[in-house]
Write a protein that binds this ligand. Structure first.
Ligand code: ZN
Length: 81
């Protein structure tokens, strides 16, 4: 297993960087090889390299739709106060 899981500072959710082999995905070099997974919401985003995937793992707010939606709810409730 090459999975790396870290708790994200922005969202408090656990985000994993996973190689396509470990996801059972079809891995073709030069295309999508690494994936970021929001463990809390099951959202998956594919990337060409581990470096890119690691970068995205630090920012689930750019690719996990549920994290984005949760943040929007929190932001809106603060505005509504
Ligand atoms: Zn999420």
């Amino acid at each position: 297993m090459k999975t790396i899981t870290r708790k994200n500072r922005q969202t408090g959710t656990r985000v994993s960087v996973i190689h396509g082999d470990d996801l059972g995905a079809e891995v073709q070099p030069g295309t999508i090889v690494w994936y970021t997974v929001c463990e809390e919401h099951g959202q998956i985003c594919g990337h060409a390299t581990k470096d890119v995937a690691t970068g995205f793992a630090a920012e689930p707010l750019t690719w996990c739709e549920v994290c984005i939606a949760v943040l929007n709810v929190l932001t809106n409730s603060e505005v509504a106060r």
